[in-house]
Write a protein that binds this ligand. Structure first.
Ligand SMILES: [Zn+2]
Length: 72
């Protein structure tokens, strides 16, 4: 099947409040809420993140893992 890239209805926008960039990844809303990123209120199930916010999300979750490894 051919995926047709259209600008408009098919394009997802980042769900972080104040951001209107094109979303690249879809992350479980629960996980995003564990970070300091603030999700738009209309977002209910999964959050779409743009490249930049996904990177921030990853940074945050990495930090958590590091703390766990230290055993505190
Ligand atoms: Zn964003």
């Amino acid at each position: 099947m051919v995926v047709i890239m259209t600008s408009g209805s098919g394009t997802k926008i980042c769900d972080i409040s104040g951001c209107s960039k094109e979303a690249e990844r879809s992350i479980s809303l629960k996980k995003v809420k564990e970070t300091k990123l603030s999700v738009k209120p209309e977002c209910t199930r999964s959050a779409n993140l743009c490249k930049e916010h996904y990177r921030e999300f990853k940074k945050e979750t990495k930090k958590d893992r590091k703390f766990e490894k230290l055993g505190y």
